[in-house]
Design a protein around this ligand. Structure first.
Ligand SMILES: *Cc1c(COP(=O)(O)O)cnc(C)c1O
Length: 362
């Protein structure tokens, strides 16, 4: 079976050397040396001011909402992984879905404008598949309404917009380092912010509200990353440029092989593509179904990222339907992309897709 992704596993000998180091030090969690080393390396690699690693990307979002004292309604995207919305509900807030832009698949600022209620305290857009949101428009909308702006940047690891890290936009940006993500620590995540005071608050919240001396300063949770997870992160980070090169080649092969047969969302000449995903959009839902079925018959699992559009979930309070998000959800598939995907297998995938789309879409 070929899956849409495959967790990257580094050289086990290298991982073992870190494990030996952990055993020698005796410190296995609580802001240990490897966690601090990972934070320093990521801060430099990503070109951000402050980066705090946490136990997972969902907790990164929850800490961001708490640290910025959100209340009431939060405008967010229906076209994302469920954690973006469920974390909002989990924190006792109400997600209000605005619709997406059909080209970027990210929140449409005009639709965000229309979604404001008297209770709105924040906007949580998603750089879905690493495609940048319209950051300048969204900042202007947030400023105009005096609300917080938190980017779920789980897919935007390493993405640059106009030469600058995409993680530098908004009050806080969050990352996920789950095993299936571009860069991973098995389970993990991070918060990024330019605001030093906010950063210190997030740091305390990660550790039960305690400061560096162990004094309890306020409300917190346990969102600490262990040394074993940080060790995996340091190993994966070492190989990151190789990972990127492999992914770039795979993505390019899809582009060359499928141009005209499917649409590739989100081309943005001002931004880099981190090739975390290979999303393709079909002319119709029937075509998407035919392709997914044919791939599965051949042992290839393309995933429906993202389906359903979250405004259609039963446990999420109703609003107006996000019709563009629903339409894209019906027609999109993410094709397999991961280092180690054999060229022959990829050519087979391209052949199957081509054989099941009726005509040119471009
Ligand atoms: C993966 C993901 C999350 C959740 O991250 P975890 O580390 O799995 O908790 C949140 N938002 C988006 C968009 C994601 O893809």
């Amino acid at each position: 079976m070929i899956n849409v992704t495959k967790p990257y596993l580094p050289d086990p000998e290298k991982y073992k050397r870190y494990i030996d180091q952990i055993f020698a030090s005796g410190q296995i969690t609580n802001n240990g040396q490897l966690v601090r080393q990972l934070e320093t390396s990521l801060t430099t690699l990503l070109g951000v001011r402050n980066l705090l690693v946490v136990a997972n990307g969902t907790l990164a979002l929850q800490i961001a909402y708490k640290a910025l004292a959100l209340k009431g309604d939060v405008i967010t995207s229906p076209f994302t992984f469920v954690a973006t919305a469920s974390s909002i509900i989990w924190e006792g807030l109400r997600p209000v879905f605005a619709d997406i832009d059909a080209h970027s698949l990210c929140l449409d600022p005009r639709s965000v404008e229309a979604a404001f209620t008297p209770e709105t305290s924040a906007i949580v857009p998603v750089h879905v598949f690493g495609i940048p949101c319209n950051v300048s428009r969204l900042q202007a909308v947030a400023d105009e309404h005096d609300v917080k702006l938190i980017y779920d940047a789980s897919h935007a690891f390493g993405t640059l917009l106009e030469g600058r890290s995409l993680l530098g936009y908004g009050d806080i940006a969050t990352l996920s380092f789950h095993a299936t993500k571009l860069f991973h620590t098995v389970e993990g995540g991070a918060l990024v912010t330019d605001d030093d005071e906010l950063f210190e608050l997030c740091k305390r919240m990660r550790n039960f509200g305690m400061d560096g001396r162990g004094d309890i300063c306020g409300l917190g949770i346990n969102a600490k990353m262990s040394e074993f997870h940080a060790a995996m992160g340091l190993c994966v980070l070492d190989d990151f440029s190789t990972i990127q090169t492999a992914r770039r080649a795979i993505y390019k092969r899809y582009r060359d092989g499928l141009e005209g047969a499917v649409l590739f969302p989100g081309d943005d000449s001002a931004a880099t593509n981190n090739h975390g995903y290979a999303p393709v959009i079909f002319a119709s839902e029937a075509e998407r179904k035919a392709v997914a079925g044919a791939l599965l018959e051949n042992g290839i699992s393309a995933r429906r990222y993202f389906y359903p559009s979250l405004d259609e979930l039963g446990f999420v309070p109703g609003g107006s339907p996000a019709t563009r998000s629903q339409d894209i959800s019906g027609r999109i598939l993410c094709l397999p992309i991961f280092p180690g995907l054999a060229e022959a297998d990829q050519l087979r995938i391209i052949g199957i897709v081509r054989a099941n789309v009726s005509s040119s879409i471009a």
